[in-house]
Ligand binder design. Structure first.
Ligand SMILES: C[S@@+](CC[C@H](N)C(=O)[O-])C[C@H]1O[C@@H](n2cnc3c(N)ncnc32)[C@H](O)[C@@H]1O
Length: 311
């Protein structure tokens, strides 16, 4: 079975347009699908492949075993600047972020990402993270839990689900995916479409919280923009509106430059335009791609180019 089918791969390769001697970063290497496509287009590049998940890196190493210029970095992309500095990389020609989890992670029951497979509620991309999803459910206050479901899942019944979790864990700790799914079935009638959608939202929000997915995104995008060479490109694929909003805002701010109010005659903020946006609207996969890979349906790709004179 496929580890993960890379989404909008041709678009990523065309946009990043790798050239011999260029330095590129895949911030979310996963199974190495996008990286392979980049290396096939131009084998004479240096590629730094980051992933928080050591299993993903092992898979990518296997897939890219023929490629000479790949360095594997087992780190969260929040460490992009530090890890590249450690490797004496001062500027890069392109970077890709393909956010979220891979199909392999979702489909491996033991990782605890899916509510339809009985497994311990883990959900950590990186096994070095201290708190699992079960820990969060058993340790957070009712208010914190409701906040997680509301902010990261836009769950309308966040408060009722949080209350039910706190009641349930008073009797017995919540340990498995099915424990959580059963709790949601108490708030929404089991077997209904509403219950299914609520499970998607609650599991997604918990995953985002465990891996701090939204907190790390904006600073990492800023670091990536800063380290891009003039003419270098950044491509980001997101899979839900919360991520896409952060990408859109960060890009727009970097493309706007000065943020001083118009009534101030001289710029005091000192912000310069760093980016040129490559599209006004995000790119989505076409019908052929979504038919072949239904998980690509929610993908939104945004891309931008670093302007001259900024580094
Ligand atoms: C959608 S998959 C990438 C798939 C990859 N583009 C491919 O073609 O196989 C996302 C990957 O990024 C990793 N990941 C997600 N957030 C991360 C972060 N903040 N830092 C490092 N890796 C991250 C996940 O562990 C997962 O392997």
């Amino acid at each position: 079975m496929n580890y993960h089918i890379p989404v909008l791969a041709e678009n990523c390769v065309q946009t990043l347009d790798p050239h011999p001697g260029g330095v590129y970063v895949d911030a979310t290497l996963g199974g190495g699908g996008h990286a392979k496509a980049l290396l096939e287009r131009c084998p004479q590049i240096t590629l730094y492949g980051f992933d928080a998940d050591s299993e993903a890196l092992a898979e990518a190493r296997n897939k890219l075993s023929d490629a000479a210029g790949v360095e594997y970095v087992h780190a969260n992309f929040s460490r992009l600047r530090t890890e590249l500095a450690l490797r004496k990389v001062k500027a890069i020609d392109g970077i890709l972020f393909d956010l979220g989890v891979s199909s392999h992670q979702l489909d491996t029951p033991a990782r605890g990402f899916s509510f339809d497979r009985e497994a311990p509620l883990d959900m950590r991309m990186d096994a070095r993270i201290a708190q699992t999803a079960a820990d969060v459910l058993n340790e957070a206050t009712e208010r914190e839990l409701a906040g997680i479901f509301r902010s990261y899942g836009e769950e309308p019944s966040a408060g009722r689900i949080a209350r039910e979790i706190v009641r349930q864990r008073g009797e017995k700790p919540i340990q498995t995916t099915k424990d959580l799914a059963r709790i949601i079935d108490k708030v929404y009638p089991a077997g209904t479409r509403d219950a299914l959608k609520a499970k998607v939202r609650v599991f997604q929000s918990l995953r985002i919280r465990v891996n701090r997915e939204l907190e790390v995104l904006e600073p990492a995008l800023r670091d990536a923009i800063n380290i891009l060479r003039p003419g270098g490109r950044i491509v980001v694929i997101s899979y839900h509106s919360l991520e896409d909003r952060i990408v859109k805002t960060t890009f727009l701010e970097a493309a706007a430059g000065c943020v001083c109010p118009p009534r101030i005659p001289l710029c005091v903020c000192g912000r310069k335009k760093q980016l040129r946006l490559l599209q006004r609207k995000p790119v989505s996969p076409g019908p052929e791609e979504t038919a072949a890979n239904p998980r690509s349906r929610s993908a939104r790709l945004r891309a931008a180019e670093k302007l001259m004179g900024e580094s």
